[in-house]
Design a binder for this molecule. Sequence first.
Ligand code: KG4
Ligand code: ZN
Length: 341
Amino acid sequence: MRVLGIETSCDDTSVALYDSERGVAANLLSSQVDLHGVFGGVVPELASRAHLVNLLPMVDLLMKQQQLRLADLDGVAVTAGPGLLGALLVGLSTAKAICFAADLPLVGVHHLEGHILANALTAELVLPATVLIVSGGHTEVVHMPEVGVYERLGGTLDDAAGEAFDKTAKLLGLPYPGGPHIDAAAKRGTPGRFRFPRPLLADQRTVFSFSGLKTAVRTVVEELPRPLDEQTIADVCYEAQEAIADVLCHRLFQAARRKHARAVYVAGGVAANGRLRERVAAEAARRGLHFVPPERVYCTDNAAMIAYAGWCHLAAGRRDALNLDSFARAPLASWREGSPS
Ligand code: KG4
Ligand code: ZN
């Protein structure tokens, strides 16, 4: 079965082909980082317009590279939400048009399910598993007894983990998005020069709060002599990353213990963070839990994860009607029950 995947929920335009015989046969990505970078964050209207310009040529390119016609596909999977509505609509309308023209089944995918199932593109899933979803818009812990069943255990009360990275980076004058730059700079950082808070660490609930970290970094940075030297930037990055990784790791394993999980997974853009992966791997080994870090290319937004999630739904006989709507927000747990199938 061959499924075309389309992802346009934020600032990356991506198309992919998942083939049950070959796995991910193609995963094309057009990043809009340069477009939004000057504004220090994603400008929704610019994102929609860029998707509109890029998407169809990317679908054409993928089909040409794979030497396929639309009739050779078995379905189209597209991110239906959550995300920026205008951006989502470009992907959804394109997917519907392809399905209508070529008489193919359409399947809408919840973006977070895509991130979770991206782990299956790296290694076979071990279940039941507890998953930490950490991206620019989300920080959630989800329990997955089986593929397609997701119990939300909790999440952030304010900023997402990715936002914490991005805002810290901005305060240090690093480019957008800041996560990868902090990851790189922190490798040269000196431990212990600064100390940032680990909010809610003693809390028994599955909750996170990252807005205090931003304030703490701002307070420290404002008192430092300008311009900031490279070593100071690296030292702040090191400690901010430690503070974020500490709370993420603590909560993930607290939840995994409660749910008697056999495995833990990380998902979303922040799952590409070297220190977080290292910490989770060490803790999983210590507790005898299964953990394989997902390939980095499948952590940040990509259509391969959407094609694969769509393939799972299509293989289980689910498809959506062509009047499927996009949505800016919706909990993962209830989305499939509520969607037309
Ligand atoms: O999943 P994603 O590509 O888009 C959303 O759905 O939000 O995640 C983007 C986020 C950004 O905040 C970015 O700074 C962060 O993931 N990120 C990282 C790393 N790579 C991307 N954060 C920390 N370390 C990284 N290596
Ligand atoms: Zn994402």
